[in-house]
Design a protein around this ligand. Structure first.
Ligand code: SF4
Length: 59
């Protein structure tokens, strides 16, 4: 599946990820993995999409 696929179960606004849907704010993967950035998961910024991969030439 290419980035034209929009998985409506995974909303995402990270446009510099190579898995971001080309045409809408969704992920193009069938599933993702979310994990803790560190051992403190009491705040929003403590979690990350661990399926993120930078777009070629973007970062
Ligand atoms: S892999 Fe994660 S960061 Fe990348 S588009 Fe999908 S949900 Fe967003």
């Amino acid at each position: 599946m290419g980035t034209e696929f929009a998985n409506k179960a995974i909303e995402c606004s990270i446009e510099n990820c190579k898995h971001h849907c080309c045409c809408a704010d969704y992920c193009s993967l069938e599933k993702i993995k979310v994990g803790a950035r560190d051992n403190d998961t009491t705040k929003l910024h403590c979690t990350d999409c661990q399926s993120f991969a930078p777009k070629q030439g973007c970062c």
